[in-house]
Design a protein around this ligand. Sequence first.
Ligand code: NM2
Length: 541
Amino acid sequence: MKQKLIDWPTFIGSFLLLMAVVLPLILFPEAGREYVGIANTFMTSNFGVLYLAMGLLVFFFLIYVAFSKNGHIKLGEEQEEPEFNTFSWAAMLFAAGIGSSILYWSVIEWVYYYQGPPFGLEPESTDAIAWATAYGMFHWGPIAWAIYTVPALPIAYFFYVRKRNVLKISEAIRPVLGKWVDGPVGKIIDILFIFGLLGGAGTTLALGTPMIAEGVSYLTGIPVTLGMQAIIMLICTVIFAISSASGLKKGIKVLSDLNIWLALFILVVVLIFGPTRFIVETTFNGIGLVLDNFFRMATWVEPFGNLGGFTETGFPEAWTVFYWAWWLVYAPFVGLFIARISRGRTIRSMIFGTMIYGTLGCMLFFGIFGNYGLHLQLSGQFDVISFMNDNGPAATIIAVVAQLPFAYLMVIVFTVLSIIFLATTFDSSSYILASVVQKSVDGEPILWNRLFWAFTLCILPLSLLFLGGLDTLQTASIVGGFPLIFIMFLLAWSFMRASNRDIEASDDYESPTIYLKLRPKKKKRTPLDALKDSNPNRPKE
Ligand code: NM2
């Protein structure tokens, strides 16, 4: 009987689409890599501007909404307090939206920028160093978090203001698409979201696994092989499957708390035992660079290519476009999650909270871990760059952590933290995926359904792991996420349309003070009322 709850077209459609991509990649790895490469170049070089423009637009859109009447709307009852205090709210938000990739990139992203700097700068020059300390914070900064926030608007709105149990992206666009949502268009939108998330999660797992494997290898001496990585991936999958199976209130919450405390612990240790002053000053300086060059970074697309004496570097495609695409594929899922935990807040506090706390959290990682690594390099204590050129990124990350005092302990903490960061993103995504392929969710999604998606999340990365190559992984997100650009606009439009309608129909339309009370108007105005209004002699009320 429970099987009736499953929305089979969406379920089977997403699974078939996934298989249609994964099977050829497994059967014909070489050709797969080639075609994926072609798709990548096609998308990023032709549509790079679309991604960057989307980033800027959603950023301004959210600031507009936060300050508009719509921003005053309370997600819940008039007197309701926020369901979670701001610290736990920010912690859960961060744990879900950020996975092990932050540990990966914050430690070594600067090396890539240093060796392949933006704006045509000389590699390994002093300018390249300065930008290397700033670009990571930009790619994990306010625009990125704005991308996460947009889907949260309509979902939270329908959930807490219109009190509808909306767990599908397609449902959140109903005010714009109307009845179309019930037909194939709605299904396609949900399938695209699922496919995009699987691509993005694939990238996460395929980056995280080698890093965790290197940590395990450092601690145990077991050499890193493909088989060992596959085992690690399966063990991680079992962990987040258990967490997802034990539900939102138990597994997911417990892991999120642990995640944040462990993360704070290791950040504080690196800050104190590392070069504290260097870290603080370089981070501060990097923030200044980002602020000063925000629009330059947000719009830089290398328009001249190789013309007029310019040399094309491919930086925008490889980094900014790739990142926006990666945040984009996670956005509907994180949006759903943000919406769920934001009961009792206003739209405005949800917007600013996500953008500010999210950015601050990422800044801490990039500032502390990244600049700690940079200091190792510049001071000559450890040649991160040549180590990385010889051993690849995953081994370098662990080698950098192993430069800390109490190296063995720190590598344990770092490796465990990577696993937990991964698990807190994947348990909630399999939970959400399961919800999306159900017609309705009575309490929690069905158990087998949650487990099914937890293991499916593993298939794509596992096959990509054997395929190898970061490019292939990046493309999975970019190609998977492309249609989501348009869905983002629909989501934003849908929120504005629904909330504007409700505001207009509400009694307190003229005077939103702290928040709008969206009560329906008591009586309809009749032509007679209009006549009375226009009569100058009518008695004052
Ligand atoms: N984002 C934040 O692995 C992860 O950290 C998941 C990645 C989109 C770059 C999210």
